[in-house]
Design a binder for this molecule. Structure first.
Ligand code: NAX
Ligand code: ADP
Ligand code: K
Length: 511
């Protein structure tokens, strides 16, 4: 699903109005009717007080229409106009008049007003700012936002949490509505998925407000949200007359004394994802444990007991997954550097493999074509240097991926895969996966997908989605805390099955 920028949303708005020959207030009425229907379906007339805080732009206009519809259906409402500017939008004014016509008189809040009382049992509708926010809210508006956040009431944000800009981090982190639920119009917004701004969005859902499908189809979005719909077409079915050679030979290189488990997790995940053959290359000390833990995996060892010092491969693998638990010893860095020079096979580079690259940037030019890098934020910072905010991070990361012609997987709650000028935002996964070794499992999985012939970008997108899905299945069975990397690995098969035939109620793509 495409993620639009604010400008693209305004353009789609304009196009729809022109093509469908409607006036902008009709679109506003449509949007607010969807909001109303959503609320009405859940409250069914419950006698709860709904306090609507409406700005003076079109987000506030949506709030005005919603207030009228709620009033007409007998709900108890209180309407506040947050009067932060005298540049009121045309449709806000129109709908303010329509609200007065049904005898609802909003109170106007300005700099000098007392903060309205909000009970924890109230429902707050936040329609102060939408995607038009382009400068910091005034101090008193910020205070009102803090007051709403402190109320413990359920806060339903219209389109986006007020105070959240669409293209940068907030000016003041406490002057943003902490939404219990966001009902967002038509398309998801990138801010919902980034660590600095996603925290304001507890849950979100899209409302189809009837923007024209032609413009939605035609608009080229930089970022896409990846759900099952995007994953299913990438799936490569196993063929009846295939054999293990059909699905590639993966090489997993990593480990050091005390960190052989990382290789065990990665190679097991690689096999479980479907790689036909898997060989690992580890320091001598890893031999026994690997041979006894995973009988399906073949083991090659370095001449060094504790660290990788010289990588000699007796065959050319289809893909190499490298870096987990490998350490950053000088001899290891050298061995890795030589491998990069000699090897043409694509690589999936993780963990200390990335740290070695960050310390030795000259090695970057030797990364084989079609390779994938899987940093977590700290590893990414070592590669890129510091960034100002999440948007700056994405720009810098995109430039890095382009310059070195790699697929860059930025791991996190919503892992983002960057390639060329495009980004793919993952929707699966959960905080249970913040656990030792879950990244090693991911590296093994992506390696296994490349081995089977998935294009590198598809291997990364599919692998990340499947990894999160396996983690979600684990969490659904035993709760977040008990999720362990080895358990994620055990659920890979179930993950595939769920992609191919999902359970009846599918709600994983919600925020
Ligand atoms: N296609 C869509 O998605 C539709 C969007 N609509 C609504 O329209 C909203 C956007 O409306 P607007 O463009 O009017 O913008 P907002 O309602 O977000 O903001 C109001 C206006 O205040 C000004 N402003 C920005 N930051 C300010 C600040 N810190 N202090 C004071 N003034 C500030 C801006 O000039 C802006 O136009 C959307 O979020 C959505 O709620 C709907 O009405 C209908 C269709
Ligand atoms: N809060 C979270 N929500 C969803 N996924 C998460 C969360 N925390 C971590 N993950 C996922 O778990 C993995 C952690 O990887 P990493 O930090 O490299 O772990 P390790 O080094 O222990 O293997 C990544 O794929 C990341 O996306
Ligand atoms: K809002």
């Amino acid at each position: 699903m495409k993620i639009f920028s604010a400008q693209q949303i305004y353009d789609a708005d304009k196009f729809t109005i022109e093509k469908q020959q409607i006036s902008s207030d009709v679109l506003m009425e449509q949007a607010a009717t969807k909001l109303f229907e959503w609320i009405h379906a859940r409250l069914r007339g419950t006698k709860v007080q709904i306090q609507l805080f409406c700005g003076i732009g079109n987000n506030g206009g949506d709030g005005m229409v919603l207030a009228r519809l709620l009033h007409e259906h007998g709900y108890t409402i209180k309407v506040h106009v947050v009067n932060y500017s005298d540049k009121r939008s045309k449709d806000f004014l129109l709908n303010l008049e329509r609200l007065k016509e049904v005898k609802v008189w909003p109170d106007f809040i300005n700099e000098d007003s007392d903060l309205p009382e909000i009970s924890p049992n109230d429902i707050v509708v936040d329609a102060i700012f939408g995607i038009g926010l382009n400068r910091p809210p005034d101090g008193w508006v910020g205070n009102l936002i803090q007051h709403i956040n402190a109320s413990q009431a359920f806060v339903l944000s219209v389109d986006v949490p007020s105070g959240l800009p669409m293209d940068r981090s907030p000016w003041n982190p406490v002057h943003v509505i902490e939404a219990s639920y966001v009902l967002s119009f038509q398309v998801p917004k990138l801010v919902f998925f980034l660590p600095e701004t996603g925290v304001y969005v507890n849950e979100w859902e899209l409302l189809d407000i009837g923007l024209d499908t032609e413009i939605l189809d035609r608009t080229d979005a930089t970022y896409q949200l990846v759900g099952r719909q995007e994953i299913l077409p990438l799936y490569r079915p196993r063929l009846k007359f295939s054999h293990k050679g059909t699905y590639g030979h993966s090489m997993i290189i990593g480990g050091s004394y005390g960190k052989i488990g990382a290789v065990q997790l990665a190679s097991n995940a690689c096999l479980t994802t479907g790689s036909g053959l898997v060989t690992v290359f580890v320091p001598e000390c890893g031999y026994q444990s690997l041979q006894s833990a995973i009988p399906e995996v073949m083991v090659l060892t370095d001449e060094d007991e504790r660290n990788i010092s010289k990588i000699t491969l007796p065959f050319v693998p289809d893909v190499i997954g490298i870096g987990m638990g490998i350490g950053t010893e000088e001899k290891t860095a050298k061995a890795f550097g030589n491998l990069l020079k000699e090897m043409k096979a694509p690589m999936v580079i993780d963990a200390d493999g990335l740290n070695i690259l960050a310390k030795n940037p000259k090695m970057l030019k030797d990364i084989p074509k079609n390779s994938i890098l899987t940093p977590h934020p700290k590893e990414l910072e070592r590669l890129l240097g510091k960034w100002n905010d999440d948007f700056d991070k994405l720009e810098k990361a995109k430039a890095f991926a382009l310059q070195h012609d790699v697929v860059l997987v930025i791991k996190g709650a919503h892992t983002i895969i960057l390639y060329g000028d495009k980004g793919f935002v993952n929707t699966t996964g959960n905080p249970g996966m913040a656990t030792a070794g879950s990244g090693d499992v991911l590296t093994g999985m992506i390696t296994g997908m490349v081995a089977q012939g998935y294009e590198p970008l598809h291997a990364a997108i599919f692998g990340v989605y499947l990894h999160g899905l396996a983690g979600d299945i684990c969490a659904s069975q035993q709760g977040y805390e008990a999720v362990k990397a080895s358990e994620i690995c055990k659920m890979i098969g179930r993950g595939f099955m769920e992609i191919l035939s999902p359970p009846e109620v599918e709600d994983r793509e919600k925020g």
